[in-house]
Design a protein around this ligand. Structure first.
Ligand SMILES: Nc1nc(=O)c2c([nH]1)NC[C@@H]1CN(c3ccc(C(=O)N[C@@H](CCC(=O)O)C(=O)O)cc3)C=[N+]21
Length: 361
């Protein structure tokens, strides 16, 4: 395979499985996710030894959508495997808005819960915007709270949590050694949970970013410019090999079921990229399944661990610089147990913001 100067040069990586002669490599998201989960298990063991506590993740699901139940089951199993506590709230599909908000409020107030995830999509009669805004920003491990999304969109700001699937895409690019600076990145899809936030993350890494969507004209020629393609349109196999610049990296976020009589279940999962034709042209491409999907769950665990570390150790990670202050919810809980005095809380805040230092409770 030839690599032009504008394409990200990929060093050998244990997570790149070489393709057949002349074909691109496959990015093994499952292997990266397994590695991250190992790292998380080790951190949980440390936390248990030091604080006698483990991270806790609460998952709220409303209704009986089959796919949502599968994802939630996977998340709960993943929690158990790394030693987290998981907290369940399964609400019937005809629950009221208030019942969903009450479930969120209960987890906001529970000090053993460090992350809250409300499985999307919610039933139509529930106001998603109101529910996501009700999650304490300190426990917003999905990164969907408007304050976290707002900071993600702003230069020089860092959200407390980054949405899991977009963060998983960037983690994959990092772990295979892709350099994004000055590269052309094209995101196909503009959803709140993937397309938009992944574009923001690529921009923060100094890529030149284009977002394509259903109204884009001649999408193929736009995608052809890309050194990195993130496929997040939710359309099975829409991106063809003929759209791909030779050597480009393709991160495929799609998980679309298509009929397949040869499978036990009668279907199989495919991505938004047409894997076989894209692989022939790309430098590297993620598999589906086994690519971005497992990374989403690994990053959810990582965000939950980070949240628990902030709570028990006052650690602030993410390189946000001097602007970060202890967030209202955690500082109230922690300082409440330490001193119970609003005066002290105000003083500590002032000291922390003046020194621009990390929050140490
Ligand atoms: N609040 C919220 N947060 C989410 O993060 C969220 C959500 N709502 N709603 C639905 C989407 C979807 N999602 C996936 C997670 C794991 C896989 C995954 O691990 N997939 C496996 C295959 C799984 C299978 O075989 O069925 C893979 O790609 O290898 C896929 C998709 C998280 N989502």
């Amino acid at each position: 395979m030839t690599t032009g100067s504008s394409e990200p040069a990929l060093a050998a990586s244990p997570y790149l499985k070489p393709g057949a002669a002349g074909e691109g490599a496959t990015i093994d998201g499952k292997a990266v996710a397994d590695q991250i989960r190992k790292e998380i298990s080790a951190s949980v063991a440390l936390m248990k030894g030091k604080h006698g506590q483990v991270p806790g993740l609460a998952v709220v699901i409303v209704g009986e959508r089959k796919d949502s139940q599968t994802y939630v089951r996977m998340k709960r199993r993943a929690c158990a495997e790394v030693g987290f506590r998981s907290f369940d709230c399964d609400l019937p599909g005809d629950s009221t808005q208030q019942e969903v908000l009450d479930a969120v409020a209960k987890f906001n107030a529970n000090p053993h819960v460090h992350g809250i995830l409300v499985q999307l999509p919610l039933p139509k009669h529930i106001d998603e915007e109101a529910v996501l805004a009700a999650i304490s920003v300190d426990k917003d491990v999905d990164g969907f709270h408007p304050l976290n999304i707002g900071k993600l969109a702003m230069k020089g700001r860092e959200p407390l949590f980054t949405p899991c699937t977009p963060a998983g895409c960037l983690e994959l690019l990092d772990r295979i050694g892709a350099d994004l600076r000055g590269k052309r990145a094209v995101v196909v899809g503009r959803s709140n949970i993937v397309g938009m936030p992944v574009a923001m993350l690529l921009l923060k890494r100094n890529a030149t970013v284009t977002i394509c969507h259903s109204a884009s004209v001649d999408m193929a020629s736009i995608v052809r410019e890309a050194d990195v393609v993130v496929a997040a349109a939710g359309q099975a196999q829409m991106i063809k090999g003929s759209w791909i610049k030779p050597g480009a990296i393709i991160i495929d976020v799609g998980t679309n079921p298509i009929d397949d009589a040869s499978r036990k279940l009668g279907y199989r999962l495919v991505g938004d990229a047409d894997f076989d034709s894209c692989k022939k042209v790309a430098g590297a491409i993620t598999a589906v399944p086994g690519g971005v999907g497992p990374m989403t769950i690994a990053l959810l665990l990582k965000n939950t661990l980070t949240s628990a570390e902030r709570f028990y150790e006052g650690k602030v990670s993410g390189g946000g610089g001097g602007e970060r202050q202890p967030q209202p919810h955690w500082s109230t809980v922690v300082l409440g147990t330490l001193a119970g005095a609003a005066v002290v809380q105000g003083m500590v805040r002032r000291v922390l913001s003046a020194s621009g230092s990390r929050a140490r409770h």
